[in-house]
Design a protein around this ligand. Structure first.
Ligand code: BTN
Length: 269
């Protein structure tokens, strides 16, 4: 049963409290609600199935039972780190990438700001949400969704970007709860590094399309073409424009695509 497998997989971790739901709307919603009720730092919510999973920029995120990971971690960073909020979702992507590299010998890339790709296709999405108490940062909820088995991958027609799953690349079955535990190992090891030069270097080393032509779609539909130059210390995307100048974009403002991507019509995941 999933709950006992999860319990065993995370037993070695300093997780003070956790909840497992066989079915829920969104683990981020559950974790935000729990945070408002006083959930401790590193409290974990995991689900077998999500019926209303949410992604970035208002997109939906499908989680079918038995085939994917959907979990959210409550973080209670010190007040002064609120400037680094945009770096928490890349932290999630970095932790997933490091786990896939070290335990499954895969070569993931991070599509800015925080999608994890395998073979150029999206295998994981991350959604970090802040819970404010007045003007004080009460908690950050870091939600991570990973397609593990082939049945987790939504039909191509529903996707904005091509998707894949871990097992398509590992070539053998992957235990979801072991993967969750390895991701948490990596995440906890790097939690104190958020915003450091080492953190930014680790993120940038895995950045998809680095040095390549890319296209950014702004909220008003305008397109910007350029060459991907890296990430800034604030986590902004650095883009070299045709006139030789450099522009920076924040994650909430633009959608990144490789210049040669075939566009897909609608949907999330
Ligand atoms: C994205 O790619 O836009 C981010 C997707 C994030 C999905 C995860 S699944 C666990 C957590 N609960 C949610 O409702 N969303 C995140």
């Amino acid at each position: 049963m999933s709950k006992s497998h999860l319990r065993a997989a995370i037993a070695h971790l300093p997780i003070p409290d956790w909840r497992y739901q066989d079915e829920t709307g969104s683990t981020n919603d559950d974790a935000l609600q729990w945070a408002a009720q006083g959930a401790p730092h590193l409290a974990l919510v995991a689900a077998n199935r999500q019926t209303a999973g949410r992604g970035r920029l208002g997109r939906s995120w499908q989680t079918l039972p038995g085939a994917a990971l959907a979990f959210s971690l409550v973080l209670r960073p010190a007040v002064h780190v609120s400037d680094w909020l945009p770096l928490y979702s890349p932290l999630g992507a970095l932790a997933v990438s490091l786990a896939l590299e070290s335990d499954w010998q895969l070569k993931p890339q991070i599509k800015w700001p925080n999608d994890v790709l395998l073979g150029g296709r999206k295998v994981c999405g991350v959604l970090a949400e802040a819970a404010w108490q007045g003007d004080r940062l009460g908690a950050v909820v870091l939600g991570i969704g990973i397609n593990v088995a082939p049945s987790a991958v939504p039909p191509e027609a529903l996707l904005l970007f091509p998707a894949t799953c871990v097992e398509a690349h590992s070539g053998s079955p992957v235990d979801r709860w072991q993967l969750l535990a390895r991701v948490l190992d990596q995440l906890l090891a790097r939690l104190g590094d958020v915003g450091s030069p080492a953190f930014l270097q680790a993120w940038q080393e895995r950045l998809a399309y680095l040095g390549q032509s890319i296209c950014l779609e702004e909220a008003n539909g305008a397109m910007v073409n350029g060459r991907l130059a890296g990430v800034s210390v604030q986590g902004h995307l650095r883009v070299l424009l045709a006139d030789g100048s450099e522009a920076q974009y924040s994650a909430g403002d633009v959608r990144l695509r490789p210049a040669d991507e075939i566009s897909h019509p609608s949907g999330g995941g």
